[in-house]
Design a protein around this ligand. Structure first.
Ligand code: MG
Length: 336
């Protein structure tokens, strides 16, 4: 078994602004695992929010040895071995997990959704993200999202209410709001959410700083729409701490370390009665295709990262009229 990796740069269609920063492009790391004449492909989409970038991914991957793992089906052992190489580094671990799953699917000649036993036709419509923008550009952004049934609007500025009002004036579609920890305290968040509720929003993602569990619990009691954890829930270790403070969690394979870890997290979160959102970073079709195979387990899907870039080097699952459409190609479903 042979492991290769390389850096790629994904260029965004439009500058992507959140309450934290503005991006024009992102660096990603593509991982390939060769064995038995089959190549499994994975991707790491590191986020500085979680102290990762393309350099930390590559440094971690350099420490990984795959040669002694002869039986590639022993995922529990192999991924456990990779995990023991170092703490954190979840996007690098996710890339290895995706590449191994892709390899297994190709070896067995079945798509991963079939390998897992999931229904490929029962995936909720994905949202399409509109990043924070000039009020004057909102109309154009809403038009660009014409094929999608659900919009996810990034907020966290003084114009939040005007932005949501403007979107609602333009469309009847479902609107979800993501504050990315951008509201300064629970009172401000409550005021904003109360004002936004009038425009019919479905839920709010991460209103406050990730560490403000008490603030989120207070908000959850005082508003009428679900509060979803994103930055407060990196992986399964955080679940016990936050489970009573939120109505649901945004799981990303890049945050929690891969498909296998995501499935584990989904089972526990459902046991605690939490809604499941399956989200993503800005990713190529490698990461998005991989996540799509488990998307039928989610209540809310936000897998649009590949649709926000203009130079996707890969082609995989397709998004048709806002629906993720899985194919019958083996592994994660990349089209050669
Ligand atoms: Mg979010």
């Amino acid at each position: 078994m042979n492991l290769r990796f390389r850096e790629i740069e994904l260029k965004l269609n439009y500058p992507f602004k959140t309450s934290r920063d503005t991006k024009n492009s992102v660096k990603r790391v593509i991982v390939e695992i060769d064995h038995d004449g089959i190549t499994g492909i994975g991707e790491a989409a590191p986020s500085p929010r979680y102290n990762e970038n393309e350099t930390t991914v590559i440094e971690f991957l350099k420490k990984i040895s795959v040669a002694h793992h002869e039986d590639k089906f022993l995922l529990e052992e192999i991924l456990g071995d990779f995990d023991s190489v170092g703490a954190g580094n979840y996007s690098a671990k996710a890339a290895l997990d995706i590449a191994l799953h892709d390899w297994i699917g190709k070896k067995m000649n079945i798509p991963l959704w079939k390998y897992f036993g999931f229904n490929s036709t029962k995936i909720p419509s994905t949202s399409f993200t509109i990043s924070i923008d000039d009020l004057n550009l909102i109309e154009e952004k809403v038009k660009q999202a014409k094929n999608f049934h659900v919009l996810k609007i990034k907020v966290g500025t003084d114009d939040d209410i005007e932005i949501i009002k403007k979107v609602r004036d333009l469309t009847d579609k479902s609107i979800r709001v993501d504050a990315n920890e951008g509201w300064k305290n629970k009172e401000v968040a409550l005021e904003k959410i109360m004002a936004m509720e009038k425009f019919g929003i479905e839920f709010v993602e991460q209103p406050l700083q990730s560490s403000d569990i008490e603030g989120h619990a207070w908000l959850k009691e005082n508003v009428n729409i679900p509060i979803i954890a994103d930055e407060s829930l990196v992986n399964i270790n955080d679940l016990a701490l936050i489970k009573d403070a939120f109505d649901g969690i945004n799981i990303k394979i890049m945050k929690c370390g891969g498909l296998r870890k995501s499935l584990e997290l989904i089972q526990f979160a459902k046991y605690f009665g939490l809604k499941i959102m399956l989200g993503c970073m800005i990713e190529s079709s490698v990461g998005i295709s991989a996540a799509s195979h488990i998307a039928s387990l989610a209540d809310y899907v936000d897998l649009d990262g590949n649709l926000l870039i203009k130079n996707d080097p890969f082609k995989g699952v397709e998004t048709i009229n806002g629906k993720i459409t899985l194919n019958n190609i083996s592994g994660i479903g990349l089209i050669n």
